[in-house]
Design a binder for this molecule. Structure first.
Ligand code: ZN
Length: 454
């Protein structure tokens, strides 16, 4: 096992702590920050996660490095932006799961496949990596009361293995389209939509073949919130398992997402869509961390952090040193209150194209000093540069790029420095290159491969 970890206490003295017995990382795919009540959702979507945040630390401004699943989870699991990770032979060069395994933690992952699969290298560092096509099967009607099978398998694994130190990663597409959870739709008008928002309808709306308005937007938001609530219940069952095994007081739990979701705020067509833009609807995600060993002085962190920082934080809490070239940094100093500033958040939308020759980087963004600068490749929609002042314009509607040329130039230079690190790391695989029938079916069920593609 790793040596004793150090964590701060209010007086600034360092007090050694036993390393945690367990580390749990929960990835709730496609969960925007305001999906949770703790982040301002007026619906009671997240009693479990709200209570976890009360006991632990909530990061109000956690930003993903990407707006779709593959680069989002690469960022989380490696602590590096997607473009800086190596994809030769599809393995992730720098998975931060490996140092945990080397430190003596048994490592296990239960995912719902698609991009979070061994094909894309996500299994690096895991002793046990189970991916399931639950998302394909869930297309059929599922009773509201059914808890997620993926969490059930993770709980079974815990029951059999939790006597040894462990790192457990659980991933679910529950909040992702299709939205089928009707918990919050009573009294709402579905308009031209059906009872649930299935993939076929989603594609027709996004393509502009089915026009929707405010009623449909509200209805779809309620369905989305129902998926969040179902995820919250599944997390609750996992936490209960930790309690019943008697290890909850020695197990660190972190909950986050790979990206958010556009729900028609900017454009009614963008109703259940991500991986197209770098606005906050798709980049701002929840991040909640509970370390039962200690109550940290700062319980709500307002400073900006990145999903790249999640695994380095878990390594720090376990007393495990991260490799030198990791971009993400431990969040413990922010929880202690010894670090008091925003971290620069670079995000990128790359290689979303369906053909190999499409631009490698389509959009990139820098969220810094209260501003967001977005640089768009000429091959994609939108002005070349967008500049938003986030405090006054949280919906990013007023482009200040022409009004603030000096600020624009300075931030653009910073952004280019980030982008220049993209080199010959090897192009990541794209969905259309996947030949395995089962995996193709999973990606199709998630909308990443269209029906008309080979
Ligand atoms: Zn995702």
């Amino acid at each position: 096992m790793a040596g004793l970890a150090l964590a701060g206490c209010p007086g600034g003295r360092e007090e050694p702590l036993e390393p945690p017995h367990g580390l749990v990382l929960i990835g709730l795919d496609t969960l925007r920050a305001d999906g949770l009540s703790a982040y301002g959702n007026p619906r009671p979507t997240s009693p479990v996660l709200d209570a976890l945040a009360e006991r632990g630390v909530l990061f109000e401004n956690a930003i993903s490095n990407a707006s779709w699943t593959l680069p989002g989870f690469v960022g989380i699991l490696t602590g590096r932006p997607f473009s800086r990770e190596s994809f030769r032979n599809r393995g992730l060069r720098g998975s931060l799961v490996k140092p945990l395994r080397e430190a003596g933690y048994a490592t296990a992952a239960f995912t719902e496949g698609g991009y979070v699969s061994s094909f894309f290298g996500m299994d690096q560092g895991f002793d046990v990596f189970e991916e399931d096509n639950y998302h394909v099967r869930k297309q059929a009607a599922v009773p509201e009361s059914e808890s997620l099978e993926t969490f059930a398998r993770a709980r079974e694994w815990l029951e059999a293995n939790a006597s040894e130190p462990f790192f457990l990663f659980v991933h679910t597409y529950e909040p992702h389209t299709p939205y089928r959870r009707r918990r919050f739709v009573d009294g709402l008008d579905p308009g031209v939509l059906g009872e649930v928002y299935d993939l076929k309808t989603n594609v027709r709306v996004v393509d502009g073949r089915l026009a929707v308005g405010e009623a449909e937007r509200e209805y779809v938001r309620a369905l989305y919130d129902g998926g969040v609530e179902a995820s919250d219940r599944a997390v609750g069952e996992l936490l209960e398992t930790l309690e019943s095994l008697g290890i909850a007081d020695r197990t660190v739990v972190a909950v986050t997402s790979d990206h958010g979701e556009a729900l028609g705020e900017r454009d009614p067509q963008e109703l259940g869509k991500h991986g197209h833009a770098l606005y906050d609807s798709v980049l701002h995600v929840p991040l909640i961390l509970h370390d039962p060993r200690r109550r940290y002085p700062v319980q709500r962190v307002g400073f900006q952090v990145r999903t790249l920082d999640v695994l380095p934080t878990l390594l720090d809490l376990a007393g495990v040193a991260p490799p030198a070239d990791v971009e993400g940094r431990s969040l413990v100093p922010l929880m202690r209150g010894s670090e008091r500033e925003d971290r620069v958040a670079y995000s990128e939308l790359m290689f979303r194209g369906r053909k190999k020759q499409d631009a490698l980087v389509e959009r990139s963004s820098l969220r810094v000093e209260g501003f967001k600068l977005i640089a768009n490749d000429p091959s994609v929609d939108g002005p070349a540069l967008e500049l938003y002042e986030l405090a006054n314009d949280p919906d990013e509607l007023v482009n200040l790029a022409d009004e603030r040329p000096r600020l624009r130039s300075r931030l653009y230079f910073q952004l280019l420095e980030q982008r220049s690190a993209i080199d010959d790391h090897g192009r990541p695989p794209v969905a259309t290159e996947v030949r395995q029938p089962a995996l193709r079916e999973q990606l199709r069920a998630l909308g990443y491969i269209r029906g008309d593609e080979p």
